[in-house]
Design a protein around this ligand. Structure first.
Ligand SMILES: [Zn+2]
Length: 77
């Protein structure tokens, strides 16, 4: 069977994985932001997307590079 190009975008992070991911700092849920095809800042250039901590107090951003979320607190990166 010939390989067809799928129009629908593959999810950046597997839904099941996203469900278990949490902010390592405050343990809150994280929100996925898909940056593919979007305008990015120079900091986000290498990223496919980012995970943003849902806690208002925390709000740490975790980059996703090559589809792999980097769940490290900023001071350990
Ligand atoms: Zn957090």
């Amino acid at each position: 069977m010939p390989k067809k190009t799928v129009k629908k975008k593959k999810p950046l992070v597997d839904k099941a994985l996203l469900d278990i991911l949490a902010c390592p700092v405050c343990k809150a849920d994280v929100k996925l932001v898909d940056l593919r095809g979007k305008k990015k800042s120079s900091k986000e250039k290498k990223w496919d997307g980012k995970l943003v901590c849902k806690s208002k107090k925390c709000g740490i951003i975790y980059p996703i590079e090559d589809g792999i979320p980097i769940m490290l607190p900023p001071e350990l990166r």
